[in-house]
Design a protein around this ligand. Structure first.
Ligand code: AMP
Length: 282
């Protein structure tokens, strides 16, 4: 595996492989099986796979979340080599941004729900860094996890609105056996918290199955919120629990047949903020 720390190194590598179909998996490192699943999907449909590891300061609205974000580059490199990735791009912030970037991106209604109001500036930072990475790596396809559903929709919007010449491939969420969605932030949970955090997925699945069986969305959410309240010892705060259209991400009150619905949550276990969602149809 080639490791590039600069844009120029990626450019040189890319020009040596200008005819290859490049599959690209952008990450913030602290790699786990969720990332590896994206790499496997990329390998199925690309000639060569590029992974980036960059903890993007611009997308962190909370400085302590940024400082505490796990960084495990040496272990990540071993995982990527074993996975058969061709190129790792691991720039530092100075290489990525040079002087401070001032461009901001407004994703309109996509930014007015869920993560948007709770993490001001987050999606502007995500859009900026992903746009830069697309221009540097020039992939034919880029792979994103549906665990970050709102991020997928934001990137799809950016690619469509700017006519970026690549396809976005959303990939399913990989979970622990108790249902907890894999996340780099899970390493900040204690073992007990990790074991008990399966409750988040349970709440999402129970709510989805109630809605499928005909319970109204408002009633199903009331029941879900009361389960979360009963578990306040573990889930110290729920920022949002919402049922939305899985494409527009706007909250819905009533279900329509064959329309994809997502039930989305952001909550804290101790100091660790986790997000998850479940996409379903009735
Ligand atoms: P991150 O390193 O957290 O920025 O994630 C990099 C990519 O991996 C994003 O597209 C995430 O949506 C995706 N990802 C993170 N966790 C999972 C998971 N449990 N299952 C599938 N994809 C994931």
């Amino acid at each position: 595996m080639v490791i590039a720390y600069t844009k120029q190194e990626v450019k040189t590598w890319r020009s040596e492989h200008h005819n290859a179909v490049i599959g690209f998996v952008p990450t913030m490192g602290a790699l786990h099986k969720g990332h590896l699943a994206l790499i496997e999907e990329a390998q199925k449909v690309s000639d060569l796979v590029v992974v980036s590891i960059f903890v993007n300061p611009l997308q962190f609205n909370n400085p302590s979340d940024f400082e505490k974000y796990p960084q495990t580059l040496a272990a990540d490199i071993q995982l990527l080599k074993a996975a058969g990735v061709e190129l790792l791009f691991a720039p530092n912030a100075a290489e990525m941004y040079g002087s401070t970037a001032t461009l901001t991106l407004d994703f309109g209604s996509l930014n007015q729900v869920m993560e948007g109001p709770n993490r001001p500036g987050h999606f502007s930072g995500v859009g900026l860094v992903v746009g830069k990475l697309f221009n540097i790596v020039q992939p034919a396809k880029a792979f994103f996890g549906l665990k970050d559903l709102q991020q997928v929709r934001v990137i799809e919007r950016m690619v469509a609105d700017l006519d970026m010449p690549l396809s976005i491939i959303p990939c399913p969420t990989i979970r622990e056996s108790n249902g907890l969605a894999l996340s780099s932030r899970n390493t900040r949970l204690t073992e007990i918290q990790r074991n008990e955090a399966g409750i988040i997925y349970q709440v999402l699945s129970d709510t989805a199955s109630k809605i499928k069986k005909g319970t109204s969305i408002s009633e199903a959410l009331l029941m879900a919120n009361s389960v979360l309240e009963r578990n306040q010892g573990l889930i110290t705060n729920t920022e949002y629990l919402q049922v939305v259209n899985a494409h527009s991400l706007q909250p819905i009150k009533y279900v329509e047949e064959a329309v994809e619905i997502a039930i989305c949550i952001a909550c804290f276990i101790g100091e660790v903020r986790l997000i998850d969602n479940l996409i379903f149809k009735v």
